[in-house]
Design a protein around this ligand. Structure first.
Ligand SMILES: Cc1cc2nc3c(=O)[nH]c(=O)nc-3n(C[C@H](O)[C@H](O)[C@H](O)COP(=O)(O)O)c2cc1C
Length: 361
């Protein structure tokens, strides 16, 4: 595997959109790492659907509104965020930049964006937390074995993470053919450093091997997690309203509508198409967030209109990181935030609270 091309020390002026960042990043990352980042499961139908679905939704403009005091503030778990854009949890940021998650944290903090740090981060969770004062949540996968998870939760609490995000849509690695064809392997020096003490998972031919099945978490694992922490716990990877209703009934504090960026089960619907039913069922009892395919401020507006309280941004953050490090991450978030403000102004919404289905055509 070749090392990533060094980041630019200034942002090429022709980069004006998140898609521009993707085009630049593609030429800079090692091809196998690119396949890992960009790829989805199997035929990548869900990966494509995430974006196509936003393209099918039409907005309804409003003119001559009163915008005095307009802002993009949102409140989540008792903290006010300047805007509803968070960095989604993604493994191994050092694939894109030598500073990895530290650079991402700087970029996110510069734009006052919340950052969800993956359990599979390539930098120690304490170092990422200490790098900036920006709000951070910690994402983890649960396993039947609990003592390692508990130690991770204690570390996250001690480091100042403000919420836990439990990802439940990837109990098994998706059938990632693009990644397989490219022969992706983690390069030397990039590893999930926070998991060094984790008991190894059994290596099994089939996910139905009883040894593998014995590692899987259940709803009882969530109840246990709630019982050992006072941090809010969000469930990430919910598309089905029944699962969202169960999450609320089990006392979870938030739901993230996501198909893992099309990386787990192919032919799932686009996240934005699953969002309305989940949001209706949750009915405001807990925050609902959404990710997958968000590349434009208009996409953010549509997600908020269909029931999201905030959104997460995945691959574009990696693209910004690979092109220009922390500055690139900040610029990606800045582009999206400004686009959201433009879209809100043209759709007649001075605040996030005024965004609802009336902005849709
Ligand atoms: C390279 C990569 C690594 C990811 N790693 C994780 C992870 O460790 N934990 C997790 O919950 N989701 C992970 N995801 C999924 C993202 O959190 C998010 O759901 C998805 O990327 C959103 O779609 P988008 O990339 O189209 O914005 C990963 C996604 C990518 C692209």
């Amino acid at each position: 595997m070749s090392a990533p091309t060094p980041p630019y020390d200034r942002i090429p002026p022709e980069i004006v959109s998140l898609d521009d960042y993707e085009a630049f990043a593609r030429g800079r990352m090692d091809p196998a790492a690119w396949a890992y980042l960009a790829g989805g499961a199997a035929d990548e139908l869900t990966l494509r659907a995430n974006r196509e679905a936003y393209g099918r939704i039409r907005l309804r403009p409003r003119v001559l509104g009163d915008f005095r005091g307009a802002n993009t503030r949102v409140e989540l778990f008792g903290r006010t965020f300047a805007h509803p854009l968070l960095v989604a949890p993604m493994a191994f940021h050092r694939l894109a930049h030598p500073q990895g998650e530290i650079a991402t944290a700087f970029g996110a903090a510069a734009l006052e964006a919340g950052m969800v740090v993956s359990m599979q981060a390539s930098v120690a969770l304490e170092e990422i937390a200490a790098a900036t004062a920006g709000p951070k949540w910690f994402q983890l996968y649960l396993y039947a074995e609990r003592s390692f998870t508990e130690s991770l939760v204690r570390r996250a609490e001690a480091a100042g993470y403000e919420a836990l995000v439990v990802t439940v849509d990837a109990p098994v690695h998706g059938v990632r053919n693009r990644e397989q064809r490219a022969g992706f392997r983690l390069p030397a020096g990039v590893e999930p450093v926070n998991l060094r003490e984790m008991p190894p998972l059994p290596v099994c031919e089939s996910p139905f091997d009883p040894a593998y099945l014995a590692t899987l978490p259940g709803w009882d694992s969530l109840a246990w997690l709630k019982s050992i922490t006072r941090l809010p716990v969000l469930l990430k990877g919910v598309l089905c309203a029944d699962d969202a209703a169960r999450a609320v009934a089990e006392g979870l504090d938030g739901v993230i509508v996501s198909n893992h960026g099309g990386r787990t089960l192919d032919t799932l619907p686009a996240a934005i198409d699953a969002l309305p039913r989940v949001a209706e069922r949750v009915a405001g009892r807990v925050p609902v967030l959404c990710d997958g395919g968000i590349r434009r401020g208009t996409d953010v507006l549509k997600a908020l209109a269909l029931g999201a309280d905030a959104v997460l941004l995945g691959r574009p953050v990696f693209h910004g990181l690979s092109v220009a490090g922390a500055t690139g991450v900040a610029h990606v978030l800045k582009i999206l935030r400004t686009e959201l403000e433009v879209a809100m102004l043209l759709a007649g919404c001075p605040t996030i609270g005024t965004i609802d289905r009336r902005v849709l055509w």
